[in-house]
Design a binder for this molecule. Structure first.
Ligand code: FES
Length: 97
């Protein structure tokens, strides 16, 4: 069942497409509901397959600490499968490198 995605926006660079997001869904759920391809595996914040990089914005985690180092967090890396959007986000396209 799809939920309302109307509160926040996510933009994936470099294409710049704007999508909707909800603070009540993980970022991965928001992306998948709108047909965005994103690498995933465990969907529980441990395998790091879904690692992405925030260029702006903030997310929160319900788990004590997802599998990211302090340095990665400082560089904007996030785990979309367990990250909930808090603000509008700009994400680096994981397939752009
Ligand atoms: S899919 Fe495994 S950490 Fe996100």
């Amino acid at each position: 069942m799809q939920q309302d995605l109307s509160c926040l926006t996510v933009r994936i660079t470099p294409e710049g497409e704007h999508m909707s997001a909800s603070p009540n869904l993980t970022l991965l759920q928001c992306l998948e509901q709108q047909g965005v391809q994103w690498p995933t595996s465990c969907r529980s914040g441990t395998c790091r397959t879904c690692t992405g990089q925030l260029l702006s914005g903030q997310v929160r985690y319900d788990m004590a600490w997802p599998g990211l180092s302090a340095e990665e967090k400082a560089d904007g890396f996030i785990l979309p499968c367990v990250a909930f959007p808090v603000t509008d986000l700009v994400l680096k396209d994981p397939f752009s490198d």
